[in-house]
Design a protein around this ligand. Structure first.
Ligand SMILES: [Zn+2]
Ligand SMILES: [Zn+2]
Length: 144
């Protein structure tokens, strides 16, 4: 786990981001989370709760997204989820268009072979993807 933090901090430094306590705590929280997190969840998380305000966390998230360190998922700005981009690792997601909930798909990646083929035929390197499937989650379907 610390190795992962170290390598992400290195990527941040390479992108010109200053290493601050807030940055470290934000990255640690995202590394330790098993799923993408919203701004509200991050602001209330144990490491960040007494560390920085919502505006600071939001600015950091935007800069990290701009630099390709993390990625915004979900329907719109207000219900956005944030997840780290880690080379060689990815998830594909299911997103509910009613409540905005999000969960990683537990099935094997459906386009893994396609990605390898595209890399082979185009000569592109460091290809990655993350799929988002949209629909109505079981809880919303039942309520609706
Ligand atoms: Zn739902
Ligand atoms: Zn995939």
């Amino acid at each position: 786990m610390p190795g992962e933090l170290h390598s992400i901090i290195k990527r941040c430094r390479a992108e010109g981001l200053r290493r601050t306590v807030a940055l470290e705590k934000l990255l640690t929280t995202l590394i330790e989370s098993s799923r993408p997190m919203t701004l509200a969840e991050l602001v209330e998380s144990p490491l960040l709760a007494n560390q920085c305000d919502q505006a600071t966390v939001f600015r950091l998230l935007q800069r990290l997204a701009d630099k390709g360190i993390l990625r915004r998922l979900g329907l719109h700005e207000r219900a956005a989820y944030f997840t780290l981009i880690i080379p060689g690792e990815h998830s594909d997601y299911l997103i509910c268009t009613h409540c905005g909930s999000i969960e990683p798909i537990k099935a094997p990646c459906p386009v893994h072979e396609l990605e390898k083929e595209i890399q082979f035929t185009t000569g592109y390197r460091n290809l990655y993807h993350e799929l988002e499937f949209f629909g109505t989650c079981p809880a919303c379907a039942q309520a609706g």
